[in-house]
Design a protein around this ligand. Structure first.
Ligand code: PEP
Length: 251
């Protein structure tokens, strides 16, 4: 089965409205010929603008986080419905920076995945090991546990919609990329977990991205691997030309 690649840009806490406008306009032109699904995950403050500027293009818009409750006394938080209302279609859930700095756990990730799917948002669920965990030889166990908990109570039809991003923490924003073999091995292990939790069809259809210093220079090699179905791109998504090299990859 040929899985369509999905390339998502994670802008993190970068770009004012004015800066975002310029970057989105450049991206719209640069990625026109892509055959991949393309998502830009901007800060909340730029989502409305991003939706407006990407109308009638091949680019979808995503958020970088959301709360699992529908509404209430959660100062500073944003709900799934607020995101769909503004036109966002995707949401990154459980990014390692959210886990590290904002107390996200496998359990809150699961709650958010359930809520996102129930509101029609496509979750991009992040998982990945620390350097210490890799050095201790427990990468697959760590990632298996993260995935099993993230998919808890998700039925097979909804599970098919979820995008998984394998992001080794030691490779994010560090310039250190996992080798193609390392990345592919873990993506393949993740696919096996999906097979165990669901069935062969779901595992075969599941799209698994690699993230961690993917850039214009190394993307083609990573994206050519059998179990890597796209990329979650941080730094390189902030430069239209670099992002376009990645989105315009053709097998
Ligand atoms: C990310 O933020 O998900 C990421 C992979 O960042 P970078 O590409 O900068 O390593």
């Amino acid at each position: 089965m040929v899985r369509k690649k999905i390339i998502a840009g994670n802008w993190k806490m970068n770009k004012t409205q004015q800066q975002a406008k310029q970057l989105i306009e450049e991206i719209c032109i640069a990625v026109k010929g892509s055959t991949s699904d393309i998502v830009i995950c901007t800060p909340f403050t730029n989502l409305g603008l991003a939706v407006q500027l990407t109308k009638n293009t091949n680019i979808s818009v995503g958020a970088q986080n959301m709360h699992f409750e529908d509404s209430g006394a959660f100062t500073g938080e944003v709900s799934a419905e607020m995101l769909t209302e503004i036109g966002a279609e995707y949401v990154i859930i459980g990014h390692s920076e959210r886990r590290q700095y904002f107390g996200e756990t496998d359990e809150t990730v699961n709650k958010k995945v359930i809520t996102a799917l129930s509101k029609g948002l496509i979750p991009i669920v992040c998982c990945g090991e620390s350097l210490e965990q890799r050095e201790n030889g427990i990468t697959n166990e760590v990632v298996r546990t993260q995935i099993k908990i993230a998919f808890n109570s998700i039925n097979v039809d909804l599970a098919k919609k979820v995008i998984i991003a394998y992001e080794p923490i030691w490779a994010i924003g560090t310039g250190k990329t996992a080798t193609c073999e390392q990345a592919n091995e873990v993506c393949s292990a993740i696919r096996s977990v999906i097979h165990e939790l669901y069935d062969n069809d779901t595992a075969t259809a599941c799209r698994i991205q690699y993230g961690g210093s993917m850039n214009a220079g190394n993307a083609a090699q990573l994206l050519s691997m059998s179990d890597i179905d796209g990329g979650l791109i941080g730094g390189a998504s902030l430069k239209a030309a670099d992002f376009a090299v990645i989105t315009n990859y053709k097998p």
